[in-house]
Design a protein around this ligand. Sequence first.
Ligand SMILES: NC(=O)c1ccc[n+]([C@@H]2O[C@H](COP(=O)([O-])OP(=O)(O)OC[C@H]3O[C@@H](n4cnc5c(N)ncnc54)[C@H](OP(=O)(O)O)[C@@H]3O)[C@@H](O)[C@H]2O)c1
Length: 276
Amino acid sequence: MTENAVPLVTLNNGITIPQLGFGVFKVDPDKTGRVVRDALDVGYRHIDTAKIYQNEEGVGHALKESGIPREEIFLTTKLWNDDQTDAEAAFEKSLARLGTDYVDLYLIHWPTPERDTYLDAWRSMEKILASGRAKAIGVSNFTVDHLERLIAETEIVPAVNQVELHVDFQQAELRAFAAEKGIAIEAWGPLGQGKINESPELSAIAEAHGKSVPQTIIRWHLDVGNIVIPKSNNKDRMAQNFDVFDFELSASEIATIATLDRGEDGRNGSSPLEVN
Ligand SMILES: NC(=O)c1ccc[n+]([C@@H]2O[C@H](COP(=O)([O-])OP(=O)(O)OC[C@H]3O[C@@H](n4cnc5c(N)ncnc54)[C@H](OP(=O)(O)O)[C@@H]3O)[C@@H](O)[C@H]2O)c1
């Protein structure tokens, strides 16, 4: 399997992003170089990091050492909450740690409603976009209310909203709103952060395709239109998660998976209203 198998999603400013990428949340900074080199070796060409993961340097080293031309990699990082009042300085520090002069996507990591600084942060990010140092800008963990306010009060509609989204927490309302506004949805925790849905329904669908449950879940994300960024420290699992381009789910299988949604009860991570 090669990276060429990964479909590209065109964002609302014309930039394309590989629909399947690789996330590095909780990857030990000392191991990130090895982990990202393994992911690149498997074929991933889209890497998702963040300042708060403290592993931007490792990502940067792996990209350099791989010898893969920078323009063949889609690189995302994120603005941490404390930095919303000085996004420009935080962004330059991220670039330095990553050892690159641009990122493909820069995201506001959390809306942090109590701080009420995300509009200011966004206006700085609009300038970063205009400078060409980020090819696209977006948000993460934004609810419909946060998106509506951002769209009403600033110039640029986010290219992406990266949110917790998996079989147990399918975020139908947010996905519909984003589709209407031309905002691509990126699924974090796409495998339930390791709490993989072991339901008989999903196991039966996986078995019917001769695939594992994690592969079936990643295929589901692709088939419903999500950009998806599973993480693994293990090269065999990285390869397994990448080996999802030789099957597709039927409409009735997707309808069955829709019944597994547990709404808010299915959420594993923090609520965007609580992180500040
Ligand atoms: N914007 C945000 O606020 C936010 C929040 C969380 C995450 N993210 C991003 O989203 C990415 C993915 O989310 P995540 O890392 O939290 O969770 P995830 O990708 O849903 O799950 C990762 C967990 O699943 C295990 N795993 C991976 N593939 C597997 C397989 N084939 N079979 C069995 N277990 C498997 C991994 O263990 P091993 O490593 O041992 O394989 C790890 O424990 C992150 O890395 C990060 O880039 C963003």
